[in-house]
Ligand binder design. Structure first.
Ligand code: PGA
Length: 253
């Protein structure tokens, strides 16, 4: 079975002390995970070491950076490299979140490089895609997301692509309380999987975990994750609350 993943994206929130408390509350209460179930904490970079310590006793629980730079080291003040993540034991990174695309001008081209540098250095990229409201209103979401995938992922050989986790996050559903319906999520996830299958074959497509993101909460996780092509979620706001995030973890298939 494909990996089923509950990934917390804390974004730029919490103090160190708050982060420690929240990690503690969640980690100690994570139920026994089935083989295919994984939990990931994408915490702000200054807290990655702390998060590594907190998750240490748990199996199938991982940390993630929220971004990495395309280069491995050098004069790039303020950036975070995959080598640094390796040295901390951090094994995942969110790549191309819509907030990075919008506020930091990250292009599909640049994200292709980021995915590549992650894969070359044993970091699992959680590659985000998804359309803005206007694109959906024009009913062009399928072409839009297909282009994001093609330009950032489709140069990878099959064995590399298979290591990527995809997160479909419609921008109109992020932080708005407006979740895509489970039908809308399933429809897009099936489209993403079919699109991969057309280029790489069904076997490869069926191996790739596709997470849904956008106002996932304890109350709606079960229904969304229950869809056949939804393999868990990338969770912002609700991951800042221990009870909510635990409920989301319990909703994994
Ligand atoms: P949200 O954010 O759950 O607060 O909508 C999801 C995300 O941006 O990853």
């Amino acid at each position: 079975m494909r990996k089923q993943i509950a990934a917390a994206n804390w974004k730029m929130n919490l103090t160190y002390q708050e982060a420690e408390t929240l990690l503690h509350q969640v980690v100690k209460n994570i139920p026994k995970l089935e083989d295919q179930q994984h939990v990931v904490f994408a915490v702000p970079a200054p807290y990655l070491d702390l998060a590594q310590d907190e998750i240490a006793p748990k199996y199938q629980v991982y940390t993630a950076a929220q971004n990495v730079y395309t280069k491995k080291s050098g004069a790039y003040t303020g950036e975070i490299s995959v080598i640094m993540l390796n040295s901390l034991g951090v094994d995942h990174a969110i790549i191309g979140h819509s907030e990075r695309r919008e506020y930091f001008n990250e292009s599909n081209e640049m994200l292709a490089e980021k995915v590549q540098v992650c894969l070359e250095n044993n970091i699992t990229p959680i590659f985000c895609c998804g359309e803005a409201l206007q694109v959906r209103e024009e009913n062009k979401q399928n072409e839009y997301v297909a282009k994001q995938l093609e330009e950032s992922l489709f140069r990878l050989p099959a064995d590399q692509l298979q290591k990527v986790v995809i997160a479909y996050e419609p921008i109109w559903a992020i932080g708005t309380g407006k979740t895509a319906t489970s039908e809308q999520a399933q429809e897009m996830h099936a489209h993403i999987r079919n699109h991969i299958a057309k280029t790489y074959g069904l076997n490869v497509a069926n191996e790739i975990s596709i997470l849904y993101g956008g106002s996932v909460k304890g109350a709606n996780a079960k229904e969304i994750f229950g869809q056949p092509d939804v393999d868990g979620g990338l969770v912002g706001g609700a991951s800042l609350n221990a009870e909510e995030f635990l409920q989301i973890i319990k909703a994994l298939k």
